[in-house]
Design a protein around this ligand. Structure first.
Ligand code: NAP
Length: 311
């Protein structure tokens, strides 16, 4: 039986693992494929302290993984299919079998939201993308559209200017949600063209993206924007399928915890993008991963002491 099982290998999970390995807890980190998470789709991270010139998402994760493994963290590729959270001993069912543990840190993150318009599903991977780092280089000297007005949309639009001849940033309001610094950079870019107060109602094309049907929400005017790529960055939804109905969540499905990362079930802790909170960043995820393991360690100690006393 494990002391602690960490589910998810992004910044929160890897930090939870680093702290668990250093605390000498009998721990395993489970990840469906390989460690990484959302950060792997981020080209350049500029606001993680300690890297004044920035660092690539890939390198940052690689360093976190190496650091955790250096202290003995065991990372395995296993897909978790079901959780039994009743009682002191939790059971984790995976595609490779069944594991028992005294505590769980849930760090399964979030995934990009879909726009939900005609053509989106059909053309995903054929011009519709949720990852500029992955697909941007395919659009050298072509025109692309980015949908959204938050930090992700603006940051990725700026990244796409390295390749595309023009980047149309389509936002449903007349003010961007993104932080001021990113807004200033977008406004200063000659390649970025912001289309305000506008939504996309359809993505056209048979075998690849050919254009977007647009509608101005103030005037009702419709138009067709010819582009070869459509990048959608309209926020994230939690990867909460495993704990749906088992843990308390907020209205959007993000897991609610106290300030020690304790969820509504004793022995189950959560950190990173899966958590209900305001700011989803690498810097917040790592702090939560550390706090989750610290709280889990106390829980494990208490459980072991109780079992020694009462059997
Ligand atoms: P977000 O902040 O929730 O922004 C989502 C954007 O998409 C908003 O502009 C929203 O419009 C728009 N939107 C939502 N649903 C839409 C729909 N159905 N149709 C059209 N537009 C829609 O999401 P995010 O940009 O992915 O950021 C998520 C979190 O990560 C935030 O906390 C953000 O600060 C953080 N982040 C930080 C950095 C950084 O600091 N470098 C980089 C990336 C992300 P409205 O504005 O009208 O609501």
């Amino acid at each position: 039986m494990y002391d602690l099982i960490i589910i998810g290998g992004g910044p929160a999970g890897l930090t939870a693992g680093l702290y668990a390995a250093r605390a000498r807890l009998n721990t395993i980190l489970l990840e469906k494929f390989a460690p990484g998470g959302q950060i792997l789709t981020t080209d350049w991270v500029e606001n993680y302290p300690g890297f004044p010139d920035g660092i690539s998402g890939f390198e940052l994760i690689d360093r976190m993984k190496n650091q955790a493994e250096k202290f003995g963290l065991n990372i395995e590729s296993q897909e978790v299919t079901r959780l039994d959270l009743d009682g002191d001993i939790k059971t984790i069912h995976t595609n490779k079998g069944k594991l028992e543990t005294l505590a769980i840190v849930l760090a399964t993150g979030a995934f990009p939201q879909k726009l939900g318009v005609e053509g989106e599903g059909l053309l995903t991977g054929k011009g519709v993308s949720y990852c500029a780092t992955c697909d941007g280089p395919f659009y050298r000297d072509q025109e692309v559209a980015v949908i959204g007005g938050g930090d992700t949309a603006v940051e990725e639009a700026l990244f796409l200017t390295r390749f595309a001849s023009k980047v149309h940033l389509i936002h449903r309001r007349d003010k961007l949600r993104a932080t001021q610094l990113l807004q200033e950079r977008a406004m200063a870019s000659e390649k970025i063209h912001i289309i305000w107060d506008t939504v996309c109602s359809r993505i056209t094309g048979a075998t690849g993206v050919e254009g977007l049907d647009l509608r101005n929400v103030k005037t009702g005017e419709t138009s067709l924007l010819p582009v070869q790529g459509a990048f959608i960055f309209i926020g994230y939804s939690p990867n909460n399928q495993l704990v749906d109905g088992l843990l308390k969540t907020d209205d959007y499905g993000f897991v609610v915890t106290d300030e020690n990362m304790q969820t509504s079930v004793p022995g189950v802790f959560a950190g990173g993008d899966i958590r209900s909170k305001q700011l989803r960043q690498v810097s917040t995820a790592v702090g939560e991963g550390a706090a989750a393991t610290f709280a889990a360690e106390k829980h494990i100690e208490d459980l072991k002491a109780h079992r020694e006393t009462f059997g």
